[in-house]
Write a protein that binds this ligand. Structure first.
Ligand SMILES: [Zn+2]
Length: 362
């Protein structure tokens, strides 16, 4: 799912393609794509407006329109944006098209239809606000931008000290910092050598500094590499390449790039979480709580899967993999199967992204 670096890349690609153009109309076959105000209000609201700029806030794209309006778009899980000729054929996954006065369209292609678009207003303070009496700042519940110059270590510490709980869910919490998702939370924690289930209370000043540095660095690097094209993410000007430089995310069973031991995967808050249990040690104070959390998660998972009993449990993060097969050591086997699985997933996603571009008329 696109996170800060991916959405930033889409914004940067889109900017030269649409800035200065006038919106001449909008089409959708999926009215629920319009989150605000409603379909009619959206279509009449955007018509005749000039695009004056393209920005990103959290995981949203913001197209400023003249007259103080903002077209905000969230690609969510599988949304892809392309700018193509209005004449180009499109497949059935294109659910929104915004016509531009140069004969091109911004097309939103979305296999799972989770993407949302809305028309809002810039208020006097420059915030994106809803119209009408329910008014208010659309991003009121979003934390600061981690790549903003004023997001300093001191500011990070201040926010951290106001929180409790464990690091992985905290990094995913958009009200803590905006834009971090599953990929870059795992990457930041691996770089900082902090266990995903570590509690905020056990962090020492140096841990806090490493976490801040790792998060800011990995996000900045990912923006430079145009994001991670895993799954369906691609941008108007093409795929990213950060997926080839990830050090933790989806590397289950592969050797840790620091210590060589196999990377582990656990589920935290229903999110796959990748880490090295050697480099990312859990302090004693956090162990009992973490174990209870994982056991509860597995029981919940078993119930969700409709199993009759919740007693059967998968491998725990504290255990080494079981016996090998075909003469491979457990580590080699885990590595080989993880690599095969990752290759299959990557090939399938590449095919999907290739189809996406032609499906959207590119
Ligand atoms: Zn390691």
């Amino acid at each position: 799912m696109p996170e800060l670096p991916e959405v930033e890349t889409i914004a940067r690609d889109l900017r030269p393609l649409v800035t200065g153009r006038i919106v001449t109309g909008a089409w959708t076959d999926w009215p629920r794509v319009v989150a605000h105000p409603d379909l009619d209000g959206f279509v009449t609201g955007v018509r005749g407006r000039r695009v004056t700029g393209v920005e990103r806030r959290a995981k949203w794209l913001l197209l400023d329109l003249d007259g103080g309006l903002v077209l905000a778009l969230q690609v969510k899980m599988t949304g892809q944006l392309f700018v193509v000729s209005a004449e180009a054929p499109r497949d059935r996954h294109v659910h929104l098209a915004i016509d531009l006065d140069d004969g091109r369209q911004i097309r939103l292609r979305d296999m799972r239809k989770f993407a949302r678009v809305g028309l809002y207003r810039r208020d006097e303070a420059g915030r994106v606000a809803r119209d009408g009496t329910d008014g208010g700042d659309v991003f009121a519940h979003h934390g600061p931008e981690p790549l903003a110059p004023d997001f300093t270590l001191a500011r990070f510490r201040e926010r951290l000290h106001a929180r409790r709980g464990r690091l992985k869910p905290l990094l995913l919490d958009q009200s803590f910092v905006a834009g971090v998702g599953n990929i870059y939370a795992d990457e930041a924690l691996w770089r900082a050598r902090l266990h995903p289930l570590r509690t905020v209370a056990t962090l020492r000043p140096d841990d806090e500094r490493r976490l801040y540095r790792s998060m800011v660095d990995v996000l900045g690097e990912a923006v430079e590499r145009r994001g991670s094209s895993v799954d369906d993410y691609t941008a108007p000007d093409g795929d990213g390449e950060m997926q080839d430089h990830l050090q933790a995310y989806q590397r289950t069973g592969l050797p840790c790039l620091r210590c060589g031991r196999p990377m582990r995967r656990i589920t935290v808050g229903q999110r796959g979480t990748h880490f090295c249990s050697w480099c990312q040690r859990l302090p004693g104070a956090d162990r009992a709580g973490a174990r209870a959390l994982l056991a509860a998660g597995q029981a919940g998972q078993a119930r969700a899967n409709g199993r009759r009993t919740a007693t059967r449990r998968g491998p725990r993060w504290t255990e080494l993999p079981g016996e090998g097969v075909l003469g491979l050591t457990a580590e080699e086997q885990a590595r080989a199967s993880a690599r095969a699985r990752a290759d299959r997933t990557r090939r399938a996603a590449e095919t999907r992204r290739r189809n996406a571009r032609s499906g959207a008329g590119g």
